[in-house]
Design a protein around this ligand. Structure first.
Ligand code: ARG
Length: 270
């Protein structure tokens, strides 16, 4: 049966991994002693950008900065809804200088940027879907930031507690499939948060631990096409069954820093 799901054209902000490296360890995926192939990371990122453009999406790029190896993870730098930008305050001191780089990009693109007071890692922990902003906490973004998000956007936040250090950002365990539904890996959440997700999204697509470890829950969907890690085989099969069209893209070199497709993609919502 052909898929009837309808895509919506998106605007994505990314950053070439020209200076990508693993120089410190702030999550369990990062091992600074391992060799990083920056050239390969760039090729994988270019394939992602090509795929977005081939599917009709607009891709913008922040200029990479030497000495900021995690700048490629644009999802963490802000949260944009209704053309309003909430900047980021990073948990790790090594990443704090990234906020200013993205703030400058947004300002030059004509946006006002509101800076949060509490630790807030942008779309890494904030996912708008179903009339809520799903908001992760436990490792990075603080609960106080959820309140700031609710106040700034006038959208109700739903706090979800992350309990597995391998899935330290909400976007490593959950993504929005469209305006109303999500895919997630239940094992990343506390029992209460799991119950909240079941209640809000009874039709959600569930991923396994294998899918999550393959960064399959760190995907980007335009409502029809799901840009996803090719190693998340179970999830790819289930998404296909539900009428989505998976577009496999391998960001294996970026995985060495604990990030995948979604981490490298900031959505600028008009
Ligand atoms: N090395 C980065 C960090 O630990 C990876 C960030 C991945 N981004 C994401 N949205 N999950 O902060």
């Amino acid at each position: 049966m052909p898929s009837t799901r309808v895509p919506r054209r998106r605007r994505y902000l990314t950053c070439e991994p020209r200076y990508f490296d693993v120089l410190y360890a702030i999550n369990p995926w990062m091992h600074p002693e391992r060799r990083i192939d920056t050239g390969l990371a760039c090729e994988q990122w270019e394939a992602l950008v090509r795929a977005y453009r081939a599917h009709g999406h607009v891709v913008e790029c922040v200029e990479p900065v030497p000495g900021l190896p995690d700048l490629v993870f644009s999802a963490n730098a802000a949260f944009v809804m209704s053309g309003r930008v909430l900047g980021s305050r990073f948990h790790a001191p090594q990443r704090r200088p990234e906020s200013e780089v993205y703030e400058m990009w947004f300002k030059s693109a004509g946006y006002d940027v509101h800076q949060p007071v509490a630790v807030c890692e942008g779309e890494g922990d904030l996912v708008p879907v179903g009339g809520f902003v799903l908001a992760g906490y436990g490792f990075r973004t603080e609960r106080a930031a959820h309140e700031e998000v609710q106040e700034f956007f006038g959208m109700p936040t739903v706090g979800l507690r992350l309990i597995d250090p391998s899935f330290y950002h909400l976007d490593t365990a959950l993504f929005a499939l469209d305006d109303d539904n999500i895919a997630y890996y239940p094992g990343a959440f506390s029992p209460g948060s799991r119950a909240v997700l079941r209640r809000l999204f009874p039709e959600a697509v569930l991923g396994s631990r294998e899918d999550a470890l393959a960064f399959g829950l760190n995907s980007v969907s335009d409502g029809r096409h799901v840009f996803i890690s090719p190693r998340a085989r179970g999830l790819i099969a289930e998404l296909t069954r539900r009428g989505y069209v998976p577009v496999p893209l391998d960001l294996s070199e970026l995985h060495k820093s604990g990030g995948g497709i979604k981490c490298c993609t900031q959505e600028i919502r008009p």
